[in-house]
Every structure is written in C-alpha cells, then in structure tokens.
Design a protein around this ligand. Structure first.
Ligand SMILES: CC(C)(COP(=O)(O)OP(=O)(O)OC[C@H]1O[C@@H](n2cnc3c(N)ncnc32)[C@H](O)[C@@H]1OP(=O)(O)O)[C@@H](O)C(=O)NCCC(=O)NCCS
Length: 357
C-alpha cells in the first residue's frame, strides 16, 4: 500500500482563499458520502456552510484530520472531530469518510485511530460516531430490538471493526409537502385551552431567551440516549445566541414554535425547523420538547403542526422535511406518523471507550 500521512487540516479563512484546496477536497468527500447514501443532495452542504459549521466556538472545539497519499497531496479520507468544552468533557465525536476509490486499504482505520489518540490526549474517555443506513425494504431484521434496524453494511462493519458498540438507533423520516395544499391539513394545529403558541424566526426574543435556554438544556436529558455515556448539557443565554449565530453563518433560516402556559406564562415546550438557503426545497426538524409537567395535553402535536403550517406560509418552496427520532421514542414517532412522516432509513449511534493517553 502507498504510505499514508494523517495530519490536521487548518481551516482556510474563506472558501476563496488560495490555501482552501485541502478544505474544499474534504468538504467534497463529505458531500459525496451523503450523495452515495441517499442518492440525492438533500443532506449536502455548500463548502461555505461546512466551513461555518466547522468553526470552533466557546462550547465546541472542532478539528479535521485528513489522510493524504504519501506520494502526493491528494486527500483520500477525512475525519471530523468535535469536543464539547462546557459539559460532557469526557466525550468527543468523530465522523470518518474515505474516498470511494480508496476504501479497504486501512485508511478509515488509520483516521479512526488518529482521532482516538487525539481524543484521549485531550482527556476524553468516550468517542461517539454515527452511521447512516437508507431503508432497504423497511422490514425490521431478525432478532427484534432497535439494533435489528441496522444492516451489517460497510459503515456498521467498520464501526465494529474499530471497536465501537451500537448504543442507540434513530429512525430517519421524511414528510413530503404540501400536505393537502401548502401548509394546510395538519391535525390539531391550534393551541389547546390554557396554552398559546409563540413563534419566532432566527433570534429568540430577549424576554423568552432564559426560558428557551432551559428548554434546550432539557432536550439533552429528555430525548432517549440509549446506552450513550452522555451527561446533561449546560445551556445558557450565550449558548442560545451562539447556536443562532452558527445557523446564521451557515445560511440557515430557523423557525421556532414554542408553547406558553397562559396562566403561569411559563414556556412549556418548543420545536425547531431549519431551512438551508442554498437548498430551499428541504427543511430539517431539530429539537421538539414538552416539559414533563405539561405532557399529555397534545402540545407536541400542536407545536409541530403549527410550525409546519408556518413553514408552508413562509417557505412555500420547501418540498421535503426530514426528522430523526430514537426508535424507542414511541410518542414522538406516533406524532410524526400522524403528521405524514414516513421512514426512509436509520442512523446508528456508536460508542467506544478510549484508554486515556
Ligand atoms: C466506513 C469507511 C470510513 C471505511 O473506510 P476504509 O478506509 O474502507 O476502512 P478500512 O480499510 O480501514 O477498514 C477497516 C475495517 O473495517 C471493516 N470494513 C470496512 N469496510 C468494510 C466493508 N465494505 N465490508 C465489511 N467490512 C468492512 C473491515 O473489518 C476492515 O478491516 P479489513 O479490511 O482488514 O477486513 C468507508 O467505507 C466510508 O467512507 N464510508 C462512508 C462513510 C461512513 O459510513 N463512515 C462511517 C462513520 S463511523
């Protein structure tokens, strides 16, 4: 095999910079991988959006490692690492992609090993990775349980070979729009007695941002985590503003629908949709959460239906909405099925214990 060099990739100032070649090649590998899985560009991001996503912030350090052929400068593979800086300091995440023409030559394993060394040198003991698997007929595989949704394909075989174990399975679903006309036809999209829907776009109003930070924090503990070794995230107002700035930098419009308990004024839940300006046919469903004490009032359905209705009004060109839900999250999945979402695949969350460096 040609000798291989694994090295950090310094991000360029912009995608137009003279030194942007390596970054553009890495960004191209991430997009080629998404196209390979889904057969379309719905999960591809412009290099500009990827560059904005990869910038480190006060809450996350992000880093790229690339594999170059020893004989030339060609980039054959890339690993993206994320390290939380304000909570979950024992963890890191990694995403490895190898050029389709260079697979089964040990490049992925070399990138994964280098990522593990970086993470453990940084004091991280748990490395988390995600794999994606389009539906191939839709049937649960033999054996039952969430793991039975993940096929033994290249990604899963690779994760196992690198020492990861599967800890959580998420269903990836798509809603095709319009549903009975643009933004119409969703069940239960008016607020129930005692609650009112509150909408904002991009920036949370100052008067609500403390409460919104608490909802965002709750999302990290209330959504199912399977066996993932994750602790509660810490969210405050600066972190909410950081996330809003990141979305702006990436060229996303963000639609939030929250629900307020009228008598107490308390925010009882929220749901978030994102639309990439570079791909206006597609929207992504982010968080949805209802606080425990307000559950059982159909607020999840009210908020989601209300936000989808608003999406149809403000972004009528959106044709597809994608969402990810833990396979064990029966309530959220039931709401999504009722709204018209249908499964298109599964993602696996994998975890590996590192020996500290
Ligand atoms: C998964 C991926 C990164 C593997 O990269 P790679 O350079 O081909 O992997 P390696 O050659 O280092 O393989 C290491 C081991 O993984 C397993 N593996 C990798 N690809 C496999 C395949 N297609 N089928 C079965 N096992 C496979 C094998 O055990 C292999 O060891 P072996 O070749 O000695 O049998 C590559 O296929 C890829 O980029 N896929 C798309 C992105 C992706 O799914 N990333 C996974 C995120 S965790």
């Amino acid at each position: 095999m040609t000798p291989l060099a694994i090295e950090p990739l310094v991000l360029p100032q912009s995608t137009e910079s003279p030194d942007a070649g390596g970054f553009l090649a890495a960004a191209g590998l991430f997009n080629a991988h998404q196209r390979e899985i889904w057969g379309n560009d719905d999960f591809c991001e412009t290099p500009q959006a990827q560059l904005a996503r990869l910038q480190s912030t006060p809450t996350r350090r992000r880093q790229l490692l690339v594999a170059r052929s020893g004989s030339g400068q060609e980039i054959l593979g890339v690993a993206q690492l994320n390290f939380p800086l304000t909570d979950n300091l024992h963890t890191g995440t990694v995403n490895v992609v190898v050029d389709a023409r260079s697979r089964r030559r040990g490049i992925g394993a070399a990138l994964c090993a280098a990522a593990g060394e970086l993470a453990s040198a940084d004091g991280r003991r748990t490395l988390i990775a995600e794999t994606e698997h389009p539906l191939d007929g839709g049937e649960e595989r033999a054996g039952g349980g969430p793991a039975s949704f993940i096929p033994q394909d290249a990604a899963a075989s690779f994760a196992s070979a690198c020492g990861f174990s599967l800890e959580l399975v998420e269903r990836i679903s798509r809603l095709d729009l319009p549903v009975d006309g643009p933004g119409e036809g969703f069940p239960g999209s008016a607020a129930g007695a005692g609650y009112e829907l509150v909408f904002w776009q991009d920036a949370c109003p100052d008067a609500l941002v403390d409460a919104y930070a608490q909802l965002r924090q709750k999302m990290s503990t209330d959504a199912p985590l399977g066996g993932l070794d994750l602790l509660p995230e810490v969210w405050d107002v600066p972190r909410v503003r950081e996330a809003e700035g990141k979305a702006r930098g990436m060229g996303y419009d963000v639609l939030v629908c929250a629900v307020r308990h009228t008598a107490s004024g308390e925010l009882a839940g929220h749901t978030v949709l994102e639309v990439a300006r570079s791909n206006p046919a597609v929207a992504y469903q982010d968080d949805t959460l209802v606080l425990h004490r307000h559950r059982g009032n159909r607020l999840g359905m009210m908020m989601k239906a209300g936000n989808l209705r608003r999406l149809g009004q403000l972004f009528p060109e959106v044709q597809r909405v994608y969402t990810w839900n833990a396979e064990e999250n029966r309530y959220m999945l039931a709401i999504n099925l009722q709204l018209g979402f249908r499964a298109i695949g599964y993602s696996g969350e994998w975890q590996k214990e590192l020996s500290l460096g």
